[in-house]
Design a protein around this ligand. Structure first.
Ligand code: HEC
Ligand code: HEC
Length: 330
């Protein structure tokens, strides 16, 4: 018992020591490192090419297969497919559970224009990453699985689809595209205020549970490798793991504000920023089981560009999990 108390006190001391000497996240440094030399003040209009214009040839077939993989991921590379060698994803998620409408919905981290954003500086790896690396990032984290071989037909098909969706967006200039990435909730509010999972629970029960279930379990479709009608959010291995962007409170809040409950958009959100922040903290609470991502300690090796909401219990203080982020962000 005594030993437990000593250890608990030591680790508490350790945590406060860490936060006192912590390097703050500096968006300016990240911006400098991400600079690819492309400059423009113009905004590019968000345009989704018509699926009927996918060419009827071998290349078009690859694009179509890529689209199919984004929409019905679990059917081709999910954990329940017949061929064990094809079980790359560890959960029955589809890519489009988060990249909505086959990756075409603005502000749901769409694939429209995404080809033009790579290669790019990646703070999580502190190196330059390709589009294939980024896809594999989601494979290992959001899909709780394994990397697709870069020369596999599946990787080539996803790249082809993303290339096709990025027509007219100049390479290097993707950030000029309206609708790219996620829309951010109020970054002043999150600096002052911690997310409150208790309040988030109320939001969840009123606005989310009807589809995602009272215990985050979702509703699975009938049949094998068929995915979910409403994806599971926690409490099973059929969810994103702790290395995923969706496990981070700010990323999840940004996503939820413009996309959930289903039907919400950036222009017509359903939740307030505060509700999105609170419910993001609620779904990602410690008491909600979620698979671990191995070697997560290796993420973000350079503290100055480490995302403020990365939370690893033995490394970061609790503020990284729920805020307030005022002391963490420079
Ligand atoms: C659980 C949710 C989730 C699932 C499922 C998911 N992703 Fe992601 N993905 C994200 C988030 C969150 C981001 C980061 C968005 C941001 O920071 O703007 C992201 C980013 C990406 C990006 C970079 C986007 C950009 O704008 O730079 C690509 C490419 C990508 N994912 C591909 C995939 C593919 C392919 C799959 C399926 C194999 C997949 N993702 C499944 C949540 C998910
Ligand atoms: C009407 C049903 C419905 C409601 C209500 C709803 N969702 Fe969803 N949610 C979905 C569907 C369906 C998807 C998958 C996206 C798709 O297929 O278009 C999804 C996807 C998600 C995802 C990403 C999926 C993943 O695999 O991790 C998160 C996170 C999420 N919802 C959170 C919420 C939160 C938080 C609320 C409440 C504020 C909410 N949802 C309300 C239907 C719903």
């Amino acid at each position: 018992m005594k030993k437990v108390i000593v250890i608990a006190t030591l680790s508490a001391l350790c945590a406060s020591f860490l936060s006192a000497n912590e390097v703050q996240f500096d968006a300016k440094v990240l911006k400098e490192r991400s600079n690819n030399g492309y400059k423009t003040d113009a905004k590019l209009e968000y345009k989704v090419p018509d699926v009927n214009t996918i060419p009827n040839n071998q290349f078009g077939d690859l694009v179509k297969y890529g689209r199919e993989l984004i929409v019905h991921t679990s059917k081709y590379i999910g954990p329940e497919v017949d061929d064990p060698k094809m079980r790359f994803a560890g959960n029955n998620n589809q890519c489009q559970n988060c990249h909505l409408d086959a990756g075409t919905k603005a502000y749901s981290a769409p694939f429209v224009g995404v080809f033009a954003a790579f290669p790019q500086y990646r703070p999580r790896e502190n190196t330059i990453g390709t589009l294939a690396d980024r896809i594999n990032g989601c494979m290992e984290r959001s899909m709780n699985g394994y990397k697709l071989p870069v020369d596999s037909k599946e990787m080539k098909a996803m790249e082809a689809y993303m290339f096709w969706l990025s027509q007219g967006v100049p390479v290097g200039g993707a950030n000029a595209l309206e609708g790219r990435g996620l829309a951010k909730i109020d970054r002043k509010m999150i600096k002052k205020q911690a997310a409150d999972p208790e309040k988030g629970k109320v939001v969840y029960e009123q606005q989310c549970a009807a589809c995602h279930g009272m215990n985050g379990e979702g509703i699975k479709n009938e049949g094998k490798a068929n995915g979910y009608m409403y994806p599971a959010l926690w409490g099973t291995d059929d969810t994103y793991n702790k290395g995923a962007g969706m496990y981070r409170v700010l990323k999840a809040a940004d996503f939820i504000k413009s996309n959930m409950p289903l039907g919400a958009t950036k222009e017509a959100p359903i939740l307030t920023d505060e509700e999105a922040y609170n419910v993001a903290a609620y779904i990602n609470m410690d008491s909600h089981y979620r698979p671990e991502k191995i070697n997560r300690v290796n993420d973000f090796p350079d503290d100055v560009v480490k995302a403020p909401d990365v939370y690893r219990p033995s490394i970061e203080s609790k503020e990284h999990q729920v805020g307030p982020f005022g002391k963490i962000i420079k």
